[in-house]
Design a protein around this ligand. Structure first.
Ligand code: 3HC
Length: 303
């Protein structure tokens, strides 16, 4: 009886069909968790080759999840993985993918013009009720939303890496975001089994506004010759209870990502000492030492 009433996919406020644009580390993690929590997910990326690699990564991550969750019932674990994978479809045409979607989550390259162009075309293709969101960590949501005619149905959903493990979701509203949209996004966060916090559209929202200056100060500390990266990491893990030290975390997040964020903020707020760039970080990035993903950052990693 209830199933009949809840099966509508187009009712505002009830997110069932989700389109995720960009299937890198973040996009794939978001797709995995959305599908794991019963949503139908369309993953969009530039080529079928990228999409099949992303799906393979999701399957690997799901194996890690079920190993623990279904430790005493591996058969149920296999069924769970098959069900999650069956809720994931892929497309290379973003406009076609949003025709029947309740929510778009964009996780593409951090480039304002590229994001605006994408959302402008999606605005014409998506149904009226569809909510648009970005997972950007450094670009103001309102600067992206102006590319659409649906700023009241626009917001930010900022996830954390690794998405299947990190419990937090930052939900960001811009002045134009309607209460109905914001409440729908909060409810979606709960449905994704995440804890949500309400954020304004300020640089770095909550987590990155505190975390990035902390990571940068750790780099400056090493630049000043005050401590080694190893000692800083040991100190923060054992002295402050952080799961990773700031250098392990910078390698994990990507040195290029940290540089991109800090450069953007420094350009906008040149007088804020917390947002000063670092010559050491710039040097490592210019040498292609971007962290775990390239095999070397502040540390050498097994690829
Ligand atoms: N998929 C599924 N499961 C995963 C996973 C993945 N990609 N990565 C880790 N896990 C699981 C493991 O299977 C393990 O599960 P278990 O406890 O049930 O066995 C659990 O997570 C812990 O993993 P490990 O034992 O391999 O290693 P750790 O205990 O060292 O934990 C970590 C790894 C969860 C990454 C932990 O070190 C951590 O929390 N680090 C900090 C991460 C962080 O701060 N992220 C935020 C970065 S900022 C950001 O993302 C914002 C962006 O805008 C820059």
């Amino acid at each position: 009886f209830f199933r009949h009433f809840s099966s509508s996919s187009s009712r505002f406020g009830n997110i069932k069909n989700v389109t995720i644009i960009g299937t890198g580390l973040m996009g794939a993690g978001i797709a995995q968790v959305a599908a794991s929590t019963g949503h139908h997910v369309v993953m969009v990326d530039q080529t079928d080759d990228i999409l099949s690699k992303s799906k393979a990564n999701i399957e690997k991550s799901l194996q890690r999840v079920v190993k623990k969750k279904y430790a005493d019932n591996p058969k149920a674990g296999e069924t769970f993985i098959a069900e999650v994978m069956s809720r994931l479809t892929t497309k290379t045409d973003a406009a076609a993918a949003v025709k029947n979607t309740d929510l778009v989550i964009e996780a593409i390259v951090e480039n304002l013009e590229v994001k605006k162009k994408l959302f402008s075309s999606l605005d014409k293709a998506a149904p009226k009720h569809t909510i648009f969101t970005s997972n950007t960590s450094s670009i103001p949501i309102k600067d992206i939303a102006v590319a659409t005619q649906r700023q009241d149905r626009f917001g930010g959903l900022h996830f954390f890496n690794p998405v299947p493990v990190m419990k937090l979701l930052e939900v960001i509203r811009i002045p134009a975001t309607s209460d109905e949209t914001f409440n729908t996004l909060l409810a979606f966060g709960k449905a994704m089994d995440k804890s949500t916090v309400n954020c304004k559209d300020t640089p770095g929202f909550i987590v990155n506004r505190l975390l990035v200056p902390y990571m940068m100060e750790a780099v400056r500390m090493v630049e000043r010759g005050e401590a080694s990266p190893q000692d800083v990491d040991t100190a923060m893990k054992l002295g402050a209870g952080y799961p990773m030290g700031p250098f392990e975390l910078t390698d994990y997040v990507g040195l290029d990502t940290c540089k991109f964020i800090i450069d953007g903020w420094h350009k906008k707020y040149p007088d804020n000492p917390l947002f000063m760039p670092s010559p050491l970080l710039d040097k490592l990035v210019s040498e292609g030492k971007l962290g775990n993903k390239t095999g070397e950052g502040f540390y050498k990693h097994k690829k």
